[in-house]
Design a protein around this ligand. Structure first.
Ligand SMILES: [Mg+2]
Length: 179
């Protein structure tokens, strides 16, 4: 099977500014260049897959439905900028969660690779040519555990950063087979 390549993106601190437990649609502030970066990925043929830890669900700060509402708003705002996300995976768990159903060290919670591995299977994604961008070492660890490169975004303009990531991917012999 020849799968499609995917760009996995962390959410908070990569797509939207991480104000801490962001869930109110009114508090969606894009990282500079985020919509342009996602549009660039769309046009380059990548599936764009968001993988986000949302321990606020386990902590009882908000519900999965609240997270879904925020993601609906995120998709609308991106659509207005000509960009789209193909899938969003959320890990609502945390070992210290107060909501029993979400308490524990779930395989989906980064640095574990569960969300990435599920997306591979669900969407027919090829490891070759795929990568992840996150703003924390746990994001990079999840990527490496899933067998794809992880790039640490330290802030600034995401579109500028993504241009460099895509140039590096184009130079990677491991990705040539999919091109
Ligand atoms: Mg983050």
């Amino acid at each position: 099977m020849t799968g499609r390549k995917a760009a996995f993106l962390d959410r908070d601190g990569v797509i939207n500014v991480d104000h801490g437990y962001v869930v109110d649609p009114a508090s969606l502030d894009f990282i500079e260049g985020a919509a342009a970066a996602i549009r660039r990925l769309n046009e380059a043929g990548y599936l764009v897959v968001v993988v986000t830890n949302q321990s606020g669900v386990a902590r009882g700060y908000f519900t999965e439905a609240d997270v879904e509402r925020f993601h609906d708003h995120l998709r609308e705002r991106l659509a207005a900028a000509g960009a789209h996300i193909d899938a969003i995976y959320t890990a609502p768990h945390h070992p210290d969660g107060v909501i029993a159903a979400y308490r524990g060290d779930h395989p989906d919670r980064k640095p574990r690779p569960g969300m990435v591995l599920r997306a591979f299977a669900d969407l027919g994604i090829a490891r070759s040519g795929s990568f992840l961008v996150g703003d924390k070492p746990s994001d990079v660890a999840a990527a490496e555990a899933a067998g794809i490169p992880g790039h640490l975004f330290a802030g600034g303009d995401l579109d500028v950063f993504m241009t460099g990531v895509l140039a590096a991917a184009a130079e990677d012999p491991a990705s040539k087979g999919d091109r």
